[in-house]
Design a protein around this ligand. Structure first.
Ligand code: DX5
Ligand code: ZN
Length: 219
């Protein structure tokens, strides 16, 4: 098995059966459960909050990879940590003090991820990278599933891969948005080690989840 981790985004799951869907992707061999939290303010869509994450928590022992698309973000970190998030990722534009946000996530005993939008440059990493557990590159503009992969983000993934390797630290490099059988190999070749996939995981219904996940992994 490759070292590529697959994190299905439950945004593409059947929301009326979310617990069963989480169990199904767990059984189908996913690595993490990616949860997209949107507030209708930072992004133009509203999804779910800590109460739903708490309700889903007993349905899988795999890490919950919680992607916060909310602003302000700091005041909600504790609620997401208590709800059962393992990795908490946020956008630097969502608060005035991204370094403090990372510190708060760590003080809650969770792993911290920084999310870079398609137009966000890499400079933000200069004084943050050593403190991060994960860097998430958005290959679509955040807000919706089912969008097309933005190819210019591959250059960004390549540049971040070099920077991570230079630190010598175990920092995961995750790509999110428009990942399918065509784009997954490109993201992996550019240096990604973790792929978020909503549409491509849930396509075809539960019987297909295992095949969909291993296909994305390149197996
Ligand atoms: C977009 C979300 C993504 C999205 C991925 O704002 O962060 O996780 O749900 O969906 P697909 O894989 O369908 O592009
Ligand atoms: Zn996401």
């Amino acid at each position: 098995m490759s070292d590529i981790r697959i994190a299905p985004s439950i945004l593409s799951a059947d929301f009326a059966r979310l617990g069963e869907e989480v169990q199904a992707i767990d059984k189908a061999g996913c690595d993490w459960i990616h949860v997209d939290v949107m507030d209708g303010h930072f992004v133009p869509n509203i999804t779910i909050g800590p109460a739903v994450i708490k309700a889903l928590r007993p349905h899988s022992a795999k890490p919950f990879d919680v992607h916060l698309m909310i602003s302000p973000v700091d005041q909600y970190l504790e609620a997401f940590a208590e709800a059962g998030a393992d990795i908490i990722s946020f956008h630097p534009e969502a608060g005035a003090h991204p370094h403090r946000t990372v510190q708060t996530i760590h003080s809650l005993g969770k792993q911290a991820g920084l999310v870079l939008n398609p137009a966000t440059p890499l400079d933000i990493l200069d004084y943050l990278i050593d403190d991060l557990d994960l860097i998430l590159v958005m290959s679509v503009n955040p807000g919706f599933g089912g969008q097309s992969f933005i190819d210019s983000q591959l250059r960004k993934v390549e540049a971040i891969r070099k920077r991570i390797d230079d630190t010598g630290k175990d920092i995961r490099l995750e790509v999110d948005g428009g990942i399918d059988l065509k784009t997954a190999p490109k993201a992996i070749a550019a240096g990604a080690d973790t792929l978020v996939a909503g549409t491509a995981t849930f396509r075809g219904g539960p019987d297909q989840y295992a095949a969909n996940i291993s296909g994305l992994r390149g197996e």
